[in-house]
Write a protein that binds this ligand. Sequence first.
Ligand SMILES: [Zn+2]
Length: 235
Amino acid sequence: MFFFDPLYFLLALPGLALTLWAQWRVNSTYNKYSRVRNGRGITGVEAADLLIRQNGLQGRVNVQGTPGKLSDHYDPRNRTLFLSPEVARGASVAALGITAHELGHAMQHAQNYGPLNLRMAIVPIVNLGSWLGYIVFFLGFCLATQAGGNPAIMWLGILLLSGAALFALITLPVEFDASNRAIKMLEASGLMVPQEVQGARSVLGAAAWTYVAAAASTLLNLLYYVMLANRVSRD
Ligand SMILES: [Zn+2]
């Protein structure tokens, strides 16, 4: 049974450890800077309005609330910035950093930023492949391990699974770029003093590690299936 393969745990553990560390780091950094009030006493929603005007995004992005903590995101399908209650109504350094980051995505969308378009384009394939890939792989694994078996179906499963890895990799430049845009926007906005911008940078830097952890986990997962397929193909 390959479900109890020690190799699987050996490959999954570093990804899991990195994910837990990144999650802890983003939570602790966010908790720290969500308690630091920005000098202007401006909330996420107010900052969004101002940054939208300053960056010529009027009419190209809507702002809405969404429940939860750190649930802030930009949805390109309806060009909407969704802000969590703490960010929308909070006048913290963290709230401004996160608002500007999500607006960075809106700006990417408005400017046809290539990696964002690519990520949007592959979403349906990735969604299909991330569950179908395991089924096809398992089927292919059973076929390949039979006498005179053919490993082709198993490799097709891996091809389907690799969509998720591609998605996680493309996410990295998209997220780093959104944070770079956010810092530039905040610096140019006059909303924050340099020390506050530094705080926002820390929050966004911590968030970036969660995407690095996700990419590493996804790649290690894919690597496991590639190694397994290689082993079976050689037998
Ligand atoms: Zn983002």
